[in-house]
Design a protein around this ligand. Structure first.
Ligand SMILES: Nc1ncnc2c1ncn2[C@@H]1O[C@H](C[S@+](CC[C@H]([NH3+])C(=O)[O-])CC(=O)[O-])[C@@H](O)[C@H]1O
Ligand SMILES: O=C(O)C(=O)Cc1ccccc1
Length: 245
């Protein structure tokens, strides 16, 4: 099972955050203690997907990590003949994700079939899908690639389908930004992270996780051809959106 996250507990030279084996070992604990609302978001992505999933269509979980969203899709989606394609470019994540999903397979009968693909979502060929989930993945894509990726997702979304996008967001109004960022740090402290752990992780993420405002997300989604953007969840500076074609 997964360990407690102590990755940034001792002093270390600054290095960019990567989704390597050390992160994989602690990832379920890390994401739950770092992302306010994460369990609620993941479970409800399954519930929301159930409304948009079409019979005999694909459901994508892009940047699947250990497959938390894929597992929620399997718990909630009942449309006949749907299958999940879960994609991540971290070898360590994909290896462990496959193990978790086969454990879920052995405990339940008649789960949606899942294919876990090790690939970069920026260059893997995508096919038509009724649901596409990007749960805290877009924030790790280089900003100049984000519009192209969303346009490609829009082009592959079936009519009546949905893109489910969760992100850490920033706020252009500085008082709001300071308040919600401060409250996020309080959330981490309340979950047992020390000042050193918080500071070292912040440095590690500085160059690799670049956040946008909600307005920037809306504008980009519209630019990619989505007509409707509905925020369905916000906890502090973390949000989840439903984008419709
Ligand atoms: N270009 C890329 N191609 C494929 N995967 C990528 C790429 N860039 C980053 N990733 C992958 O996106 C994931 C982001 S974590 C998602 C959480 C998950 N969705 C969850 O619901 O638990 C978010 C977080 O840790 O805050 C990592 O597994 C990366 O390897
Ligand atoms: O820890 C943070 O500050 C975050 O914003 C989220 C996060 C969670 C897990 C891995 C990387 C980033």
């Amino acid at each position: 099972m997964s360990e407690a996250d102590r990755l940034f507990a001792s002093p270390q030279p600054p290095a960019d955050f990567t989704f390597n084996e050390d992160v994989v070992r602690v990832f379920p604990d890390m994401i739950k203690r770092s992302v306010p609302g994460y369990p609620t978001i993941v479970e409800n992505l399954g519930v929301i997907a159930a409304r948009f999933a079409q019979p005999h269509s694909r459901l994508y979980d892009l940047g699947c990590s250990l497959g938390a969203v894929t597992q929620a899709l399997r718990r909630h989606v009942r449309a006949e003949g749907t299958r999940v394609v879960a994609i991540d470019n971290s070898t360590a994540m994909v290896t462990r994700c496959r193990e978790y999903l086969s454990a879920q397979d052995s405990m339940h009968e008649e789960l949606l079939p899942v294919e876990v693909v090790e690939a970069d979502i920026l260059d893997v060929p995508l096919e038509s899908a009724s649901v596409i989930a990007l749960n805290f993945t877009l924030q790790f894509i280089a900003p100049k690639q984000r519009l192209d990726l969303l346009s490609r997702l829009r082009a592959n979304l079936l009519p009546g389908g949905a893109l489910l996008l969760s992100e850490k967001i920033r706020f252009s109004e500085s008082q709001t930004q300071e308040l919600l960022n401060g409250l996020h740090l309080d959330f981490k402290r309340a979950n047992g992270y020390s000042e050193l752990e918080i500071a070292q992780k912040r440095t590690a993420l500085e160059n690799v996780m670049l956040t946008d405002t909600l307005d920037e997300h809306r504008a980009r989604l519209q630019g990619a051809g989505f007509t409707t953007v509905v925020p369905w969840f916000q906890c502090l500076n973390f949000t989840s959106l439903i984008a419709l074609p």
